[in-house]
Design a protein around this ligand. Sequence first.
Ligand code: SAH
Length: 470
Amino acid sequence: MLLTLTTTHSPATDLGFLLHKHPNHVQSFELSFGQAQVFYSEADKDRCTAALLLDIDPIGLVRGRRGHSGESGLLAEYVNDRPYVASSFLSVAISNVYGSALSGRSQERPELVNQKIPLIAKISVLPCKGGEGLLKRLFEPLGYQVSAKRHPLDEQFPEWGDSAYFTVTLQATCRLQDLLAHIYVLVPVLDNEKHYWIGEEEVEKLLHHGSDWLAHHPEKALIAKRYLKHQMRLTRQALARLVDEEEPDFEANEARRNEQETTLEEKISLNEQRLGTVVAALKSCQAKRVLDLGCGEGKLLQALMNDKGFEEIVGVDVSHRALEIAQRRLHLDRLPEAQKARLKLIQGSLTYRDKRLYGYDAAAVIEVIEHFDLARLSAFERVLFEWTRPTTVIITTPNVEYNIKFENLPADKLRHSDHRFEWTRIEFQNWAKDIGERFGYSVRFLPIGEEDGIVGAPTQMGILTLNPDL
Ligand code: SAH
């Protein structure tokens, strides 16, 4: 089993400092399941490649001398793919042999650690039952260019067809510690077999090595499930905590949001105009059962509750804290039963399919999309337009062109520090039209707030209506 890491960073031999392994030496490490060697197949200033070779001792594994797997006596224990493929053994080797690089430490060159450098990782044999599609779904959202070559079962018998084994190359300009963390978590996910008992501490490892990226990964549920070997209790625990970890942001964000966005936008009391316009749009499409996706502290929910025309109202947010505030704002505990029955608050992420949200007349997504990073945005698109498919979808987002009108806003800043992007009118319209084409919705646009002849209105709204079946 071989993992090579290549960089063309200048000087490329910096890789030696990052890995804490001198390019001129071959080093051996005794691990519980076999031996690991690190050596450099090339090391000059333009290009440097470090190889980690694992020599797993399958007989030792079975006989219990080394990290025994539990079952016994089966031929499969002696004759199997474990010595040859990347698996959870590779993750253990990475944390033992490249431990300081994985945790982002470099004694000699600490400044290198946070530098994004061009990196290529090649895993010589990676088992992947889900095929190339799964490989891409796992690595591409993290920014890798993925190339994979599938191996035949047996070169001498091409009629036997393909195996589930790939040689995989991952390429990105990123921090080495991130690349190692991604491999550490995702190789066992692809292999879907673990050589040791899965317990609570595996949840900790997953959250630790996934801390910078897993919460935003569109496949986080699948990753957690497979990493934790389908143990549902642990998987639920891990996923719940991933969501939790985003939460402390809510109040801080909300306070900042109120300070930043509201003061910026207050002259025109944009928020109220926005709510009014959205409610009017929902009424004009005769929606009775509506979703408020990313409802935050519930201002739109409140406006909808005040209008008897809306019979069923569902607020969804990823943040428990936001939902608690919404619940208080709406005095949910004091409402008469008939009123209470109209409203439901659901904690959930808009980037995951959720059957509870199917079958509604309309969904409002108000000032939410700009909080998604782009990898999550595409998951959100599919979840909402391919699976949830409300008849009408109303989306609002800031119009970045208008920002020059906010005197207090520096030219290079967005309206809120948690916004991942803000779009021009053309950018938003192209995005929405593309969605319309892909998922069968007609699209129209309306400005919200005082409109300027050149830069447009402060908020832009898209109304997408499901095309009737022909
Ligand atoms: N619609 C509200 C809140 C906008 S702020 C309003 O107009 O006032 C954005 C909201 O989206 C926040 O409450 C945030 O918690 C929520 N959010 C961000 N990412 C989310 C996700 N993946 N799933 C569900 N809600 C999310």
